[in-house]
Design a protein around this ligand. Sequence first.
Ligand code: ZN
Ligand code: FE
Length: 253
Amino acid sequence: MPLTVHQFPCLSDNYGFLIRDEASGLTACIDTPDTGAILRELETLDWDLDMILNTHWHPDHAGGNADIKAITGCTIAGPAEVTRIAPLDREVKHGDIVELGETAFQVIDSGGHTLGHIAYFDAADRIAFVGDTLFALGCGRLFEGTAEQMWDSLQRLAALPDDTTVYCAHEYTASNARFALSVDDSPALKTRAQEIFAARERDEWTVPTTIGLEKATNPFLRAPLLAARVGAAGEPDAKAFGAVRAAKDNFRG
Ligand code: ZN
Ligand code: FE
């Protein structure tokens, strides 16, 4: 039986996700960006929350943990770094499996944005929750890790099946698209960027995305092909990635 994903915008540009394993009726939320919004959505859906799955420790991802646990009695699983701001019931790391009823999530190390960042992959449903690692046409800033670490993390995500639905934690896509067009003139990117600008004009979401679409158009995953555009011709892939990341950090468009 499938996993139902309920997505909702919150804070200025975050997405919240409430998920339900249909076989068992067990529910979880991916990260806790906005306590009020999460409680309202639970009420609207008439779901009782069983678990929080954290991707990383940042306050717009784990800041609601303590309040939501106190109110709902749920348990919390996440990477050890989350204990910087709130206790965990279960620390999870790369290779672990987190079960929500019949749904099994593989924990994937996706460090780089933060050192301990993880992603959750449900292979049966081909659904991945990637937090602030991979965005539509973008990737997370390197607040704690190195370009090498982030490149390795992105390669682990890129190795998932092309038809994997990817739920990113922010709606950054239009600004990512403006940057992408500055370093890549592939026809596939131009087409996608126009679709994104049009969708945002209509106030539509551009998340989720898919692994296949990101591999075809995301300048961070395509970094080795764009190396010359960012002054990293002939450099190793991770260096080319780092140069694309630095170009985005300095991009004013
Ligand atoms: Zn973050
Ligand atoms: Fe974030």
